[in-house]
Design a protein around this ligand. Sequence first.
Ligand SMILES: [Fe+2]
Ligand SMILES: [Fe+2]
Length: 440
Amino acid sequence: MNTTLLVENNQELESFYSLNLQTWVGTTIIPKKEAKFCSKVFEDGSQIDLIITKARIGLEKSAEAVFEMIQKSGRNIPLIVVGKSTLTDESVIHLQSGLDIKTLIQAAGKALNVTAQNMAQLQIPEYFAIPINYFLSLKRSVTDVYEEDIDQAGSYIKKMDEFHDFEPSLIKTYIQKGVASLYVKKHDRLYFVTNVTQELVAKIEMSELNDDEQLSAAEMGQKLLTAKLTRIGITEETTKLANKQLKMMSHTAKKYPKMGKLLGRLMRNQAGYLFKHSQILTYVCSNLMDNIDWGNEEQKKKISFIAFFHDILLENDEQAQIHTEKQLKESGLDAASIELVNSHAQKAAELLVKYPGAPMGADAIIRQHHGIPHGIGFATTYGGNLSPMIIVFILAEELTDNIIRSGKELKMKKILLSMRKKYPTQRFQKIIDIMETISI
Ligand SMILES: [Fe+2]
Ligand SMILES: [Fe+2]
């Protein structure tokens, strides 16, 4: 077993790193709140195989301070720095975003000489221990949870049912009793860890995160929201999370004066299609609203709401990339996924009728966002009685999809030209005129 010294002052981030590094690279974590608290670990000769530190913590230049300690100790310890630092030494690995789990795990694995193969070969017990503290950030577990029988080692008793809210005091009682871990079944553990990770990240204040991390956090939050809306629908809990996510998405759309910058950052973050789709769509829609004669703040709010929620019930990138009946037929998805893709517009509209403070008529546009009035299936042609807002939305979706597909080779003129051919009527052409003004 190897050991990682983690320098991070934010509680949720510390838990995030610990849980994921333990799960994916099998390392033991020694957490420290600032670099200045690390000197003891060096002095007492503790085993340290890797150090991960935030670049700065408050006024402390943590990365530089840790680097100096390594040099002074004469030890050869790889250092991963999250965020911007002045360190240029070869031994230092820089990560833009601590929340990009894939990149983090790859970097840590490489530094610790742990490969995916090593991890796959690890013998994992049938009941997998989860340190009790992680349960403090949950209202319910997404898997069944067990406690080890104190009278009979190796036997486990089910204590929580999946998706069943538990009393907030329950975990504190366990801690008082001295219970260090609860257990989930081996095959449930990655699902459980992913959910706790999302819950932890949803609790982090945005001001604690850099621009890249904010995008990762927003993407994880969106996945969490989809899962919760599907399971429990509109409640105080899901509304609160949705409002936060919605705000982040509009905030990000405002923050980037040019779309290319936003797209570049999304690609660098390895954001998935579903998230990129909603985020760029929000950007396109709010830019269009700024330039349409009937556009105002209220309409902008409404279309941002629609952009955020229209595909919210879709579960993955594969489902979200289907925009026609033909694609759906050829998709090879299972029956349940086909049914979901086919009816996602109608289902989302139905759900949002209950959403407190939803803009008037937003649900109707969500229902029709694939051009079908009742919201089931995909239209191939568009009737003449579409409202102005739905025309904007249909075109914005098409543009967004083209933008994502073109990636780094973004050729706006070419995309708009092909859209002009596809939508020859005047009402559509007028919106495409406005699209010419979006700055890339
Ligand atoms: Fe969509
Ligand atoms: Fe859709």
